[in-house]
Design a protein around this ligand. Structure first.
Ligand SMILES: Cc1ncc(COP(=O)(O)O)c(C=O)c1O
Length: 386
């Protein structure tokens, strides 16, 4: 599939949008496929294409059933809600996780649960860190019921070996396991780990269709038949029951089959840009393990706003701010040519700074203070966290 076949771009220049992998543009091919979709009612489970997508993803995950949802926030919140019954109870998760920071406090609202954020020392939370935070106090505590992991997180991968260790800790403590796998496709493709290996470690998994997979809308929740039946009921209560959703199901399935296998190329392009920007003197704030880059332009004297402005001429869009850190996210509609242009623009700007008298600081070995600060500082404030 050509990544750039959206007719809307016939008149306008295509924008290479590096602000998020949610920024992919649905293609003409997807619209053609949608025309042939079944037109049943998903609330009554009479749409064959919705059912086929649910069976397809459940099967890949090695789970019994799946539920097609509008968003990753919905599938996360439903997953957690279905694993939690009655307060006092709590969810343990990484302090940087989406379920804790960017879902509008949904866990408190939907599940009446306390959230215990674990400040991990590294790019991912370890089994020891999880174990040390389990609340077993049945007198004054909100006892831990669920461990919620996220993979990838800020583009970095939680190794399957660590997930298995956390799973063992959780089972030994009678805890349920949820995964925010919004970008699990990326982790799976990068490490060649089948989704079913992750499936073995979790009671519920949320996996997004509208991020790196490139579908226009959607996210899946997978789990046992019993859990998914409950999730379907609560989805309806939340107003998430949708009717003729078959067209979205076929577009999503098409993307799983055609876009997901191209992720290793997308990751390679991210690494290429990372290495090139580093060679120009910029700092990488996190390792580039999949499709995200966190950069600091400070050692080059450039601001992100200067870089963002110059990139516009090449139709490249990044989150702009007056500081020196930002996040760049890759997806299948970012071409190799666009990245070559990015590198050229950055190189010219760095050269101009030098000519204007900017003296780069001596190379420093100091790594960023903490991983947590890194992710925080690289998100320009008041921008969308997706
Ligand atoms: C890690 C992670 N989980 C969940 C979500 C929620 O997805 P959505 O925007 O579809 O609600 C996002 C994106 O926003 C995300 O980045």
């Amino acid at each position: 599939m050509s990544p750039l076949t959206a007719s809307v771009h016939a008149e306008k220049p295509f924008i290479f949008d590096l602000t998020s992998d949610t920024a992919t543009i649905p293609t003409d091919e997807m619209f053609d496929i949608m025309k042939a979709a079944t037109r049943g009612d998903d609330v009554y489970q009479t749409d064959d294409d919705c059912k086929a997508l649910e069976d397809y993803v459940a099967d890949m995950m090695g789970h019994e059933a799946a539920l097609f949802c509008t968003s990753g926030t919905l599938s996360n919140q439903l997953g957690l809600r279905c694993l939690l019954f009655q307060p006092p109870h709590s969810v343990l998760c990484d302090s940087r996780s989406h379920v804790f920071n960017y879902e509008c406090g949904g866990i408190a609202y939907h599940s009446q649960a306390n959230v215990v954020p674990v400040v991990a020392k590294g790019t991912y939370m370890t089994a020891e860190e999880v174990e040390s935070k389990i609340n077993r106090d049945t007198l004054c505590g909100a006892i831990t019921r669920v461990v919620s992991l996220e993979n990838t997180m800020n583009g970095t991968i939680m190794p399957i070996e660590e997930i298995r260790k956390i799973h063992d800790v959780a089972r030994a403590n009678d805890l349920k396991m949820h995964l925010d796998g919004a970008r699990l496709w990326n982790a799976s493709q990068a490490t060649k780990t089948p989704l079913s290996e992750y499936g073995k470690c979790f009671d519920t998994i949320s996996i997004c269709l509208s991020k790196g997979a490139g579908a226009p809308i959607g996210s899946m929740l997978t789990g046992t038949k019993e859990l998914i039946t409950r999730a379907r009921h609560i989805r309806k209560m939340m107003g998430g029951g949708w009717r003729q959703a078959g067209m979205l199901a076929v577009a999503a399935r098409h993307c799983i089959n055609t876009v997901v296998p191209t992720m290793p190329e997308t990751h390679a392009l991210a690494r290429k840009l990372g290495e090139s920007l580093q060679a120009l003197g910029m700092k990488l704030l996190l390792p580039v393990e999949t499709n995200m880059l966190f950069i600091d332009t400070k050692p080059t004297g450039l601001t992100i706003a200067e870089l963002a402005d110059a990139l516009k001429a090449k139709h490249i869009k990044i989150f702009s701010n007056n500081g020196t850190t930002t996040r760049l996210v890759f997806h299948y509609q970012i071409t190799s040519e666009a990245i070559d242009n990015f590198i050229q623009v950055a190189a010219e700007l760095v050269q101009m700074k030098k000519k204007s008298g900017f003296v780069p600081p001596p190379p420093s070995n100091s790594v960023v203070e903490t991983i947590e600060q890194t992710a925080e500082s690289a998100y320009p404030s008041a921008t969308v966290k997706n």
